[in-house]
Design a protein around this ligand. Structure first.
Ligand SMILES: [Fe+2]
Ligand SMILES: [Fe+2]
Length: 283
């Protein structure tokens, strides 16, 4: 078992390296980098995105399926990449590409770390699905943005796991690893998303997802911070995690998203159409 000092030392080194930008940050999948590049370049057009998507048939098929989702009900069926990208628009196409290729960031060739990375991916996927479903109820929010936020909300765990794996006294002690994660994953995640040029609203939501004391302004509309935090709490429901044992009524995001004002239940699982669609898209 790691001693308190060992955990502190591990964290100090991690923080120093973060300040000096010495943290080894995983690279975004090439298709995501290209999609970001295209959407941020004023001289690019939809055709550039169509060309990018055409290079990956599996991605193209999922993107077309997304464009034919219930969110675009009533519109004619899209059968080509071009019609799908045109319907989604450049920004939403980029977000969808990033969401659909994010899984590779969580993959590891290292046997020791693989299981933990898989568990992290499954948790991220669950948070993404719940975020998507919660956002669908609020027309001013974009479910695709919520989905992407969910997928990356604990991304700061990846450099921690990679570092801890080289420090057996931390890695083999679940409580020490949890303490390191609790102390550092949000700051590292924020730094990663900034370096990946993510949109500010996703960075803000990820930065705030563990802050149970946040007090949104009275009457302010629900935002991605509420969605992401509530989805993360929901995903830990009925587990051993500390978030399973909190007083839900004291958390603003839960109160703001509750199905009825006198409960703390979110009832996201009632949205069968949304659930079917999001499962189909990310499977
Ligand atoms: Fe987290
Ligand atoms: Fe989480």
């Amino acid at each position: 078992m790691a001693t308190r000092t060992e955990v502190e030392q591990f964290l100090d080194r991690l923080r120093q390296d973060l300040e000096r930008q010495h943290i080894e940050i995983p690279t975004l999948p090439d298709v995501s980098v290209q999609a970001l590049f295209i959407t941020q370049d004023a001289s690019s057009s939809i055709i550039d995105l169509v060309k990018l998507v055409s290079r990956d048939t599996a991605l193209a098929a999922r993107l077309i399926r997304h464009a034919n989702s219930p969110a675009y009900r009533g519109l004619s069926h899209c059968s080509t990449i071009r019609s799908a990208v045109t319907r989604l628009g450049m920004e939403r196409t980029r977000q969808t590409i990033m969401a659909l290729s994010m899984k590779t960031v969580f993959q590891s060739g290292n046997e020791t770390i693989r299981e933990r990375m898989e568990a992290l991916w499954n948790h991220s996927l669950e948070v993404a699905i719940i975020s998507y479903l919660l956002a669908r109820r609020h027309p001013h929010l974009d479910p695709d943005t919520a989905l992407l936020a969910g997928l990356v909300h604990d991304i700061g765990m990846i450099p921690i796991l990679r570092r801890a794996e080289k420090t057996p006294e931390i890695y083999e002690d679940p409580r020490a690893l949890q303490a390191a994660a609790d102390a550092a994953h949000v700051a590292i995640g924020r730094a990663m998303l900034k370096s990946w040029n993510f949109e500010p609203e996703i960075i803000r939501a990820v930065s705030e997802h563990e802050n149970l004391d946040r007090q949104p302004e009275r009457g302010a509309p629900v935002n991605y911070c509420d969605i992401l935090q509530a989805a993360n709490i929901e995903s830990h429901n009925a587990t051993q995690h500390r978030l399973a044992h909190i007083d839900r009524s004291s958390v603003a995001s839960i109160r703001r998203l509750a199905a009825k004002s006198d409960t703390t239940r979110l009832n996201w699982e009632d949205d069968a159409i949304g659930l079917e669609h999001v499962n189909q898209m990310i499977e």
